[in-house]
Design a binder for this molecule. Structure first.
Ligand SMILES: O=C(O)CCC(=O)C(=O)O
Length: 291
């Protein structure tokens, strides 16, 4: 296995591995270390069944069944479909449509986020649909001293209602989904348990304010942090090919997607796993019970 940085960014490509084959413990440990260090790993030219995908990702953390069970694969509960494609009866085969997805962090709407994520590209359009990842530790390092001390002990409020309102083709949040996703608080600054370095933890698609701040002050600070953290110098743009596997750690990075034409099919398989707070930055969170 060899690792190479992608486009001079933090993201790395892993070469010489066929993920459908069983991987030995030395290789898996190398991958675990590389993932903790770099936050985004890319594997090209893979060909994996859903069972093989689930088996590969289970080496990094316990599989998580996410709240969007309506996007689940018929074969494997752990796999969801991210797609604009429809089945013979005209029903979407998965979620997230064809629109732009703004910067977000998966599971930030949960009190105990499962922060490991993987996408596997199955079918893609010729144009659009590029996905971007932004490094939150590099962004923290580049903040002014003044902003760092301003945010040191602040928590942001996250609400799934805001996130869902940005998705294509979605009905309003159902009572059942609302029950699973009440508003939560996460600190704006988290510490990596391995390196002890500080990092931002934000999600512009889901944050609705800052606990204890006025609506205007909270919105201004969150907008400032979001604009700062997503500057091109902190971003890796991934230009997909069929067979790509990308895995990322939502404790370290944000991601977003460009829109693509709604009539061109795009289909990814998606997995989520629970990363250990001993080895990965997992935000310490609590329910938000209002002011
Ligand atoms: O469709 C993509 O490229 C990204 C999907 C995404 O943002 C997600 O699965 O959280």
């Amino acid at each position: 296995m060899r690792l190479t940085p992608l486009q001079d960014t933090f993201a790395h490509e892993v070469l010489d591995l066929s993920l459908w084959k069983g991987l030995d413990e030395t290789t898996l440990n190398g991958l675990r270390t590389a993932w903790r260090r770099h936050g985004v790993l890319v594997f090209r030219r893979q060909s994996l069944s859903e069972t093989e995908l689930v088996r590969f990702f289970s080496h990094f953390g316990e599989s998580e069944i996410i709240v969007r069970t309506d996007w689940q694969s018929l074969n494997q509960d752990e796999v969801i479909h991210i797609s604009n494609m429809k089945d013979a009866s005209g029903r979407s085969i998965g979620g997230l449509g064809s629109g732009e997805l703004d910067w977000h962090s998966d599971q930030s709407y949960m009190t105990a986020p499962a922060t490991g994520a993987l996408l596997y590209m199955v079918e893609m359009p010729n144009e659009g649909g590029t996905t971007y990842w932004a490094n939150l530790q590099q962004a923290y390092d580049a903040l002014s001293e003044e902003t760092r001390s301003q945010i040191a002990h602040l928590e942001a409020i996250y609400d799934y209602t805001k996130r869902q309102s940005t998705y294509d083709d979605e009905a309003p949040l159902s009572p059942a989904l609302r029950e699973k996703t009440p508003p939560v608080l996460h600190p704006l600054v988290c510490v990596n348990p391995q390196t002890h370095r500080k990092s931002l933890y934000i999600d512009p698609t889901t944050m609705v304010g800052i606990s204890g701040a006025s609506t205007e002050e909270g919105a201004a600070l969150l907008a400032h942090l979001s604009t700062h953290a997503t500057q091109p110098c902190f971003v890796y743009p991934h230009h997909w090919q069929v067979g790509d596997v990308v895995m990322w750690d939502n404790g370290q990075v944000l991601h977003r997607r460009d829109r693509f034409h709604e009539t061109t099919p795009r289909w990814l398989k998606r997995l989520t796993c629970r990363l250990s707070p001993e080895h990965h930055l997992v935000p310490a969170s609590r329910p938000y019970i209002g002011t």
